[in-house]
Ligand binder design. Structure first.
Ligand code: SF4
Length: 457
C-alpha cells in the first residue's frame, strides 16, 4: 500500500471499531504486582492497521491478550479499564443472543446523576475516568469502566452489551452501542474470541494441532463460527488456503502441519483466522519466526486481505522496519505505557519521545555516524505505580523532574492531538515550566491512587 493511501486512511472520518481506554492489566504474585499494561488507550478504525511496537517486556502482547480475553491467573484486567467493540452487527447479534446482559443506556440516562461521584462511600472519582469534573463524565464511560453499580445505577458486573441508539428488545432497530470486551466471560467471550476478533500468534505451531490435517482444523473453525459442514466446509477450507496463497490448495487441505514450510504454516493460521470472518485481526509478532523473504510475503498478504475485507488490524512487533511497512498509525509502548502515538509517516519523520528516537537510531542505515546506536539498559519491570518516568534511567535527555513526576500523554504541539508523547519535554511550544505544569495538572486529574490489589473494588 502506498504511503499516500495510508495517510488517506488515517485521516478518514470513520468511527473506530475498537476503542481502548485506560486498559490496565496486572499480574499478582506473592512478592509483587506487575502492571504489565498500565493505562493504555488507543482506537482502531475499520480498514486501519494500528502498529504496537516496543522492546520485549513493554506490554504489547499482554495488551493484545487483554483485548482477546486471554489473560490467565495470576493476571487480571483491573476495574476502570475499557475496550469497546462498536461493530454494529455484533452489537445487534449480542443484544439478541444475550438479552440478560444487555443494557439500554438511554433508559439508564434518566437514572444517572453525576453528583453521585461525591456521595459518601463512593471511591471512584471523575479523575479515574480521565475527567476533571463529575458533570463531564458520560454515562457510557461510567458503565464501560465497570463503575455503574458503585454510582447506584441498575447495572450488574455481568452486563457487557450497552445500547446507545435503538431498542435493545428489537435488536434490528439498534443503531449504536458497544460490547465491552473487558467484561466478557463464558459464552459471549467464546463467541467473540476467534469469531468477530481473531488472533494470529508468532509461532504457527502453537496454533496448529500436529495430529489433525490443516483442512480439518480450518473446517472446525468454519463449523463453530459459520455452521458449515461436510463438502461445503471442505470447499471453503480449500478456498481459504487458496486465498492466502497456498498453491495446489485442494490437495494440501489434506496435509498435516509438519508437511508445510514455516511460511506456509503461518499462511494456514491466517486462513484459520479468516474462517471466522473477523472484523478485527490481532497479529502478535506473526513474522518474527520467518526469514525476511517470507516475512515480506506475509506482510503483503495481510495488506491485501485487509484491503479486500476492510479488516481492522492490530499489529504487534518489536521490529520498526515491519511497523513502517504495515501500519497506518503507530503506538510505541514502554514498560506498560504508550509513550508516543502518531501516524506512521510522522512517527518516522519526526519522532519526539527519546525512546522512539532511540529505537529508530538502532535501525541499520538510520543511525547518526558509522556505528549502530543502541539503547543502554533494559526495560524495567513495572512493579510499582508510575509516579516518575520509567524511561528515565536510560534516557539521554533526563533531568531532575523526570524521577519525581509522571509524564502524561500530551500533544507534542498543543492543539494537535494526532501526535502525542508521554515526556516532560512536551508540549514543545511551551516553556519547560509550563510543560511541567501541564503534566502535573493531568496527573492530579487522573487516578494516581488506583489500587491494583482490588481493595477499593
Ligand atoms: S520525561 Fe524525562 S526521562 Fe522521560 S523521556 Fe522525557 S526527558 Fe526522558
Amino acid at each position: 500500500m502506498s504511503m499516500e493511501s495510508q495517510i488517506e486512511n488515517t485521516t478518514s472520518d470513520t468511527q473506530p471499531i475498537l476503542e481502548v481506554q485506560n486498559l490496565q492489566t496486572a499480574f499478582f504474585t506473592d512478592k509483587e504486582t506487575i502492571r504489565a499494561v498500565d493505562g493504555v488507550s488507543f482506537d482502531i478504525e475499520p480498514g486501519e492497521t494500528v502498529g504496537i511496537v516496543g522492546e520485549s517486556g513493554s506490554g504489547k502482547s499482554v495488551t493484545a491478550r487483554s483485548i482477546m480475553g486471554l489473560v490467565d491467573s495470576p493476571g487480571r484486567i483491573l476495574e476502570g479499564s475499557s475496550a469497546r467493540f462498536t461493530h454494529l452487527e455484533t452489537v445487534q447479534e449480542y443484544a439478541s443472543s444475550f438479552p440478560g446482559k444487555t443494557v439500554d443506556l438511554n433508559r439508564l440516562e434518566e437514572e444517572y446523576d453525576p453528583s453521585a461521584f461525591n456521595q459518601p462511600g463512593v471511591s471512584v472519582t471523575p479523575g479515574d475516568l480521565g475527567y476533571e469534573r463529575a458533570a463531564d463524565v458520560p454515562l457510557a464511560d461510567v458503565v464501560a469502566a465497570g463503575y455503574g453499580s458503585e454510582l447506584g445505577l441498575d447495572v450488574s458486573d455481568d452486563d457487557c452489551v450497552f445500547v446507545t441508539g435503538g431498542d435493545p428488545g428489537s435488536p434490528e432497530s439498534i443503531t449504536d452501542g458497544f460490547v465491552e470486551l473487558s467484561r466478557l466471560s463464558g459464552e459471549p467471550q467464546r463467541q467473540m474470541r476467534g469469531g468477530r476478533i481473531a488472533m494470529v500468534f508468532q509461532d504457527p505451531l502453537t496454533s496448529l494441532n500436529p495430529v489433525y490435517t490443516v483442512g480439518n482444523q480450518i473446517k472446525e473453525a468454519l463449523r463453530l463460527h459459520q455452521g458449515l459442514r461436510g463438502e461445503e466446509a471442505t470447499r471453503e477450507a480449500a478456498q481459504l488456503l487458496e486465498d492466502v496463497g497456498i498453491p495446489d490448495a485442494r490437495r494440501r487441505v489434506n496435509e498435516y502441519p509438519h508437511q508445510f514450510s514455516g511460511g506456509m504454516r503461518q499462511r494456514a493460521v491466517i486462513a484459520m483466522a479468516l474462517a471466522c470472518e473477523p472484523e478485527l485481526l490481532i497479529c502478535d509478532e506473526p513474522t518474527t519466526a520467518l526469514d525476511v523473504t517470507i516475512q515480506a510475503q506475509i506482510l503483503d498478504l495481510l495488506a491485501e486481505l485487509q484491503e479486500e475485507r476492510d479488516l481492522a488490524m492490530m499489529f504487534i512487533t518489536h521490529d520498526m522496519g515491519v511497523i513502517a511497512e504495515i501500519s497506518h498509525r503507530v503506538n510505541v509502548m514502554y514498560a506498560g505505557e504508550v509513550i508516543e502515538s502518531a501516524n506512521v509517516e510522522t512517527l518516522f519523520a519526526e519522532p519526539k519521545h527519546p525512546y522512539t528516537r532511540g529505537l529508530l537510531q538502532s535501525i541499520p542505515g538510520r543511525q547518526e555516524g558509522d556505528r549502530l546506536q543502541t539503547i543502554e539498559g533494559n526495560v524495567p519491570t513495572p512493579n510499582e505505580p508510575a509516579t516518575y518516568c520509567r524511561f528515565a534511567p536510560r534516557c539521554p535527555k533526563a533531568f531532575n523532574e523526570c524521577t519525581a513526576m509522571h509524564p502524561e500523554s500530551v500533544p507534542v504541539t498543543e492543539g494537535e492531538d494526532d501526535h502525542t508523547a508521554a515526556c516532560l519535554l512536551y508540549p514543545e511550544d511551551r516553556s519547560s515550566d509550563e510543560a511541567l505544569a501541564i503534566h502535573q495538572q493531568r496527573t492530579a486529574a487522573q487516578a494516581t491512587e488506583t489500587d491494583p490489589t482490588g481493595e477499593s473494588e
